[in-house]
Design a protein around this ligand. Structure first.
Ligand code: AKG
Ligand code: FE2
Length: 310
């Protein structure tokens, strides 16, 4: 799988547990161990890695953001006596998720076949018959191949002032859709998952459509399972529709009204039209849906769609 790939954050606001450190390294006679001994004073280190081929730029990876922040504030722009008096230039750096590696990771694990698509569950199993998770049976921690994604999510400026507990995600469903296969309209069961639902699209693209029904009903719009072939009927005036194009490597976040009150689905099409352009769903789409399993009852502001409040 190679070394972790780090990049500089595009947005200066984005904190991270990894620091890009310039002006030290083997090309100027400073070993990774010497660098580690300076930075480890601020917290537990995952490691020191070459940032590129220059030999003068490294990535110092901490196990938490707070330690990286303390090191940044103490060492950036100042001469460091333990490193030959060199002035360190430091920036936050985020792990770059590698789509190919993510796909290889799931393809090397067993898939469960549903009627039209394949799935994998991590953290907790999602049971399609009850549209809920079995909280009594924990499947273990989320796999380590997800770390770059979880880190990107937690370092996103949107969550800068958020309660950190809100973004501790513990359930992953991987869906593999063959070309043309969609997903029937549903609202993820309120009592099963907390507010934030993330979905990362890999391999092929798709269009995800959304419907808000006036009558409010938390049950799926098709009677049997999420995999039923029948498309949801158009019930015209009683629903508002929206569509979002999800290109590969995009991350969709459903929260608030979008998560609690809108049905989402993927039409069963091989061809989608986006801004007048034809997009062919030539390859499979693999999505990583990340959620946090709900501990108590849902108290959302959309009781008409809420199984906890009905
Ligand atoms: O494939 C996706 O992006 C969404 C999957 C989904 O909605 C679900 O598993 O509940
Ligand atoms: Fe969903």
């Amino acid at each position: 799988m190679g070394l972790p790939r780090f990049g500089r954050p595009k947005n200066g606001d984005e904190l991270s547990s990894n620091l890009f450190v310039a002006n030290c390294g083997p090309a100027v006679g400073i070993s990774d161990d010497e660098i580690a001994s300076v930075f480890s004073k601020f917290g537990e280190l995952n490691g020191v890695y070459a940032a590129d081929d220059s030999g003068t730029r490294v990535i110092v990876s901490f196990s938490d953001v707070g330690s990286a922040q303390s090191a940044f504030m103490a060492l950036h722009g100042k001469p460091c006596p333990e490193l030959g008096g060199r002035s360190l230039f430091i920036r936050y750096s985020v792990l770059q998720p590698n789509p190919q590696e993510l796909l290889q990771s799931v393809d090397s694990r067993p898939w469960n076949s549903l009627a039209k698509r394949r799935v994998q569950h991590y953290g907790y199993e999602f049971c399609y018959d009850i549209r809920n998770v079995n909280t009594k049976r924990c499947l273990g921690e989320l796999p380590s191949f997800l770390s770059p994604i979880l880190e990107r999510i937690s370092s996103c400026p949107t969550f800068k002032n958020a309660d950190p507990d809100r973004i501790v995600l513990d359930q992953l469903t991987v869906n593999e859709y063959p070309p043309g296969v969609g997903l029937s309209p549903h609202i993820d069961t309120h009592s099963a998952f907390e507010d934030l639902i993330f979905s990362l699209s890999l391999a092929g693209p798709c269009i995800m459509e959304f419907r808000r029904y006036g009558d409010g009903d938390w049950r799926p719009r098709v009677a049997s399972s999420i995999d039923t072939k029948v498309d949801c009927p158009e019930d015209g005036s009683n629903c508002i529709k929206r569509a979002i194009y999800l290109p590969p490597r995009s991350l969709l976040l459903l929260s608030g009204e979008a998560r609690y009150a809108w049905h989402h689905y993927i039409p069963h099409h091989k061809i989608d039209k986006v801004d007048g352009k034809v997009i062919r769903r030539a390859s499979r789409r693999v999505s990583f849906t990340l959620r946090k399993v709900r501990a108590g009852l849902c108290k959302c502001e959309f009781p008409q769609y809420c199984d906890s409040q009905r």
